[in-house]
Design a protein around this ligand. Sequence first.
Ligand SMILES: O=C(O)C(=O)/C=C/C=C/O
Length: 484
Amino acid sequence: MADFRNFINGQWIATGKTFENRNPADNSLVGMVHEAGQAEVDAAVQAARAALQGPWGSLKVQQRVDLLHAIVDGIDKRFDEFLEAEIKDTGKPRRLASHLDIPRGAANFKIFADLIRNVPGESFGMDTPDGGRALNYAVRAPRGVIGVICPWNLPLLLMTWKVGPALACGNTVVVKPSEDTPATATLLGEIMNDVGVPHGVYNVVHGFGPESAGEYLTAHPGVDGITFTGETRTGEAIMTAAAKGLRPVSLELGGKNPGIVFADADFDKAVAGIARSTFENTGQVCLGTERVYVQRPIFERFVAALKARAESFRMGDPFDDDVDFGPLVSLKHREKVLSYYEKARKEGATVVTGGGVPGMTGPLADGAWVQPTIWTGLPETSPVIREEIFGPCCHIQPFDTEDEVIRMANETPYGLAATVWTQDLSAAHRLGAALNVGLCWINSWFLRDLRTAFGGARQSGIGREGGVHSLEFYTEMRNVCVKL
Ligand SMILES: O=C(O)C(=O)/C=C/C=C/O
C-alpha cells in the first residue's frame, strides 16, 4: 500500500488527513495520499523562500546545470519506478507512458539546462546627449517562489515542463499535483534528495483545489508566480487569486481543437493522424482533436476509415504491451465523458461507433473504461461540438471550401491547437496563418521541438513556454544602463 506524503524542505510530511489513490484500470486501491492543509502549504512556501536565500540562491549557472543533468540521470536510473507509478496513477498503456511521459519528464530538465548555459544576453550601446556613450545590458533574475499546479493527464511531463525551467532559472517551487495522480511528483522528491538539490528547492503538497492545497498555494502571499495547466474555469480562479499581490501567471488551459482534412490529403496518413490526435491517451490530451472537419469528397470514406481505427484498439491491462487503449483517469471523469455521450445521443447524433462502456471482464470491469466514440450529424451549435469533453471521442463534420472550414474551426472561445492535413503547400501556410490557435500542426500532430513557443490563444491560456519563451515567466528582466 503506497503512502504519498508531502515533500517539504527535503522531509516527508504526513498529515492526519488522507484520501484514497485508486488505479483507474480496475479501481483497486493503490495507496493513501496525505492532504496538505494551510500549515503544510505555508511551511512549503517558507522552505522555498529560505532555499532562495540559501546555497541554491548563490549557485553558479554551471552548478545548477550540473544538478539538472543529475536529475535527468536520476529519473533515467529509476525509469521503471516512474513508469509503474505513472501507469498505476493514470491507467495509460505502458507503450505510451514509456515513450512519452517518462522520457519527456526527463527531457524537460535537459532542454532547460542546455538553455541557461547557452542563451545569449541583450545589450545596447547608445549615444548620450552629452556627446558620450552609455551601455545598456539586460540581467535576468529568478522570479522567486513559483507555485506549480499540474494536471492528471500527463502528470510527470506537465509538471517537469514547469519545474525544469523554474529550477534552471534559479527559482524554487511548490508543486501541487492533481489529487488523482500524486505518484510521480512524490517520487521526484526522492530524486531531488538523492542528487543533492538543496532542501526547499522542490516541494510537493498534495490535495484538491478549493479549500485545500491548491487554493492555499495560489492565495499564499509568499508565492511570486503561478503556473497552471488544466481547465479554463480553474485557470480563471487561479488568475483571480494571483491578482492579489499582482503575481504573474502562466496558464495552459482547455481547448476544443479542430482537425481539418482536405480532399487532397494523404488519406492513410490523415486517418492515422486524426486517430492519434483523437484517441491517444484515451482522448485526455489538451492538444487532442474533438472536432474533425473533412472535405466532402472524402467524407464518407474518411468516416468509415476512422471508425475502423477506433474499433481496432486493444483495451486491457495497461501493463500489457499489446494494449494500446486505457481507461479514463477516474470514475468521476468517466461520468463527465459519458454525460456527453448521452447528450449526443439525445440530440440525435449518428453514433458511428462507441457511445458507451466496453464490456471489460475480471478486475478491469471496475475500471473507468469508455468506448472510443465517433459522431456525425450534429449542428455546430451542439454542446458536444462547443464544449471540451476531454475523452476519446470526436464529431466529424463535412465541409466544402477553405473559407467555410476556417470559419467553423475558429468559431470557439478556445484557441489551443489544430491539426491540418493537406498536400497543398500554399493551403497549409494559409491555414497556419488563419487558424486562431497557439499551436498549428500541418500533416502531423503533437510533434514537439521544446525550443518552440508553446501555449494557447484566447481562453486556452496566457503566455508561452518552451525554449527562450520560458524565460519570460521564470525570470524578471532588469535593464542596467551604465554611463561610459
Ligand atoms: O508537450 C508539451 O510540452 C506539453 O506541454 C503538452 C501538453 C499536453 C497537454 O495535455
